[in-house]
Design a protein around this ligand. Structure first.
Ligand code: THU
Length: 148
């Protein structure tokens, strides 16, 4: 069964890469276009090749067309030719709560593997890290389409 597969977790990014990733997510938050929710979010995505793509939430007067920071970052990376990811950092202005990605973003992240790290931060910069597998257990992905 897919979920039983044993494989070593990829190494965490070196401390300096992690600090840069966290900083880039904070900087991206400053660009958030969120006049409706007034809830800015920034994300920064570290590719397997060591590049960082950041993103912010981009809302719209037609509310349902708003896009989360996480998906903005992923779409930027994919459209620049990167499909292999090591980690993402996510930042919001919430002081007492670690920002967590919405369900739609978890599924979009999962498209690109289940064994990468997501750093969930508070406004003071403290963080916890979760593997994608933890954020979206028993997930459906591209491999499943090959099973019929
Ligand atoms: N949002 C994100 O960009 N990422 C998250 O992890 C949670 C929510 C955005 C969507 C919307 O623009 C605003 O935050 C309020 O939901």
């Amino acid at each position: 069964m897919e979920g039983d597969r044993q494989h070593p977790a990829p190494a965490a990014p070196p401390e300096e890469h992690l600090q840069l990733l966290l900083r880039r997510s904070r900087e991206a938050k400053n660009c958030a276009y969120c006049p409706y929710s007034r809830f800015p979010v920034g994300a920064a995505l570290l590719t397997a090749s060591g590049e960082i793509f950041s993103g912010c939430n981009v809302e719209n007067a037609c509310y349902s067309l708003g896009v989360c920071a996480e998906r903005t970052a992923i779409q930027k990376a994919i459209s620049e030719g990167h499909t292999s990811f090591r980690a993402m950092a996510i930042t919001s202005d919430m002081g007492d709560t670690f920002i967590v990605p919405c369900g739609a973003c978890r599924q979009v992240m999962r498209e690109f593997g289940t064994d990468w790290d997501v750093y969930l931060t508070k406004a003071d910069g403290s963080y916890i890290v979760k593997r994608l597998e933890e954020l979206l257990p028993l997930s459906f992905g591209p491999e499943d389409l090959k099973k019929v």
